[in-house]
Design a binder for this molecule. Structure first.
Ligand code: ADP
Length: 462
């Protein structure tokens, strides 16, 4: 099948979060399964600095090659994309994101025609490419090139919908009639994601549990009614993990490789991590790690409310993250107060992330909601036992045989889970079983890719 992936980030070119991991891995596995793949991304400054060779195609397009024969096209427009961040900078989201991503979406459809790549399916991801199904069903509805093309929109996080003031509607180049409650209008604003959810042929999200949760008032972010209506064409397919990148047996970044059969290397990584974060070289207390965007979604409100209690326990905790400045300040204050227990790095740092997964005994991920989550999948593989709230993809991948799961989103419950981990840690046998069960999990992309392939067949026939 001819498949096109349209997304706003992709490993190894540009990444802010899990979406990039997904778009970086899934096309490679699908290509191996026999599909022909094209990917289209904006040509960000970050792509230019990624170190990957990019060729010029024409004035507005460049491309790179991946896998066997995957072509990754980049839509060039320096005025929009030659900036430091993907979506914004320190002062917040870029004000012209609607202009930027509507431009990207329109150009993507033009580019496929120029390249004469007729897609069976265009697989879009999140609001940044959600206009593509809208354009196909409106501006391109009579275009014979796209007459057999179907669309899928994958929701990686319903919390980000692409909301803009209605005054900008004309920039989209759509008929004004589409600014209505059954299309792109949402409480008086433009909602780009909603447009994609209305017009795409199928919708997916990144875990079975999240596909149900987004239909609820609590986690539907106002789109639950629409999602319930579209539920016959809504699926939840769990993300996989790219074990060629995330594998303690082969990881070149960590200080010593290890496997479950030989956990000695894990001890060396723990020491390395303690050194990097200036903590005492103790093996008798558990070292907890956090690698995350510092955002309310990730449960930092909850964590903040019980950090003082956590820091009074016999443990060590390291945190790597960037995001909301209020959490930067809060955690800096806590580090000053509890320097023997808590240490942090407020930045995005892939190498340090690898070291944390490898060196930690336990991994804290108390997300309020979590569409899939990669952090817990990585930590499982590295034998850093995850502590999670039972939600979305966390509920689908962690259980009490391989981690600590708390059922109510309260600081008491989080604290109790951390206490339980600290209590069990000295019992090497019990802890060893948790680590073994964690490391033996297989969340490879092959399984997920099979499900996507089945879905593509279904979508093509629909
Ligand atoms: P998100 O909601 O941010 O996409 P996921 O758990 O799905 O959350 O994926 C997060 C990905 O980004 C993981 O690969 C994680 O290791 C990585 N990550 C998050 N924050 C940082 C950071 N500060 N430095 C390095 N990697 C990070």
């Amino acid at each position: 099948m001819n498949l096109v992936f349209c997304a706003s980030e992709m490993v190894p070119f540009a990444k802010t979060g899990g979406l990039a991991d997904v778009t970086g891995a899934l096309p490679l596995v699908l290509e191996k399964a026999g599909h022909k793949i094209v990917v289209i991304l904006p040509f960000y400054k970050e792509v230019k600095h990624s170190g990957i060779t990019v060729h010029k195609l024409n004035a507005g397009t460049s491309y790179a090659e991946l896998g066997n024969n995957i072509r990754v096209y980049f839509i060039e427009e320096d005025a929009y994309f030659n900036r430091n961040g993907l979506y914004g900078d320190k002062s917040g989201d870029y004000k012209d994101n609607l202009e930027r991503f509507s431009y990207y979406s329109k150009k993507s459809l033009e580019l496929l025609k120029e390249a004469r790549f007729t897609p069976d399916i265009i697989h879009c991801h999140d609001w940044q490419s959600a206009l593509i199904p809208v354009y196909l069903k409106s501006l391109y509805s009579q275009d014979s090139f796209y007459k057999n093309t179907k669309t899928i929109l994958t929701i990686h996080n319903l919390g980000y919908q692409g909301l803009f003031p209605k005054e900008k509607f004309q920039i989209l180049g759509l008929d004004n009639s589409l600014f209505n409650i059954d299309a792109l209008e949402f409480h008086g604003q433009i909602n780009i994601l909603k447009g994609g959810l209305v017009f795409s042929d199928y919708i997916t999200t990144v875990s079975p549990t999240y596909s149900i949760e987004i239909q609820s008032d609590e986690l539907g972010f106002g789109l639950e009614g629409l999602l319930r209506k579209r539920s016959p064409r809504l699926r939840g397919i769990l993300n996989g993990l790219d074990y060629s990148i995330w594998n303690p047996e082969t990881d070149k970044i960590i200080s010593k490789n290890y496997s479950f059969a030989d956990l000695n290397g894990k001890k060396a990584n723990k020491e390395d991590l303690q050194k990097v974060f200036h903590l005492a070289l103790r093996s008798d207390c558990p070292l907890f790690g956090i690698v995350s965007r510092l955002d309310q979604q990730k449960g930092f409100e909850l964590l903040a409310s019980c950090m003082a209690d956590i820091c009074k326990m016999d443990l060590q905790l390291v945190l790597l993250g960037t995001g909301d400045l209020k959490y930067h300040r809060l955690f800096e204050g806590l580090q000053k107060k509890y320097p023997k227990v808590f240490s942090l790095a407020l930045k995005f740092d892939n190498e340090l992330a690898h070291k944390i997964y490898a060196g930690s005994d336990a991994f804290l991920m108390p997300s309020r909601y979590e569409p899939c989550g990669l952090g817990q999948l990585i930590s499982l593989r590295y034998g850093a036992v995850p502590i999670v709230f039972k939600t979305g993809g966390l509920a689908d991948t962690v259980n009490n045989r391989r981690g600590f799961v708390f059922n109510k989103f309260t600081s008491e419950n989080l604290l109790a889970a951390v206490k339980e981990a600290v209590r069990i840690f000295p019992d090497k046998e019990k802890w060893g079983v948790l680590v073994k069960n964690a490391m033996e999990c297989d969340f490879s992309w092959e399984e997920s890719a099979k499900k996507y392939s089945q879905l593509y067949e279904e979508v093509q026939k629909a």
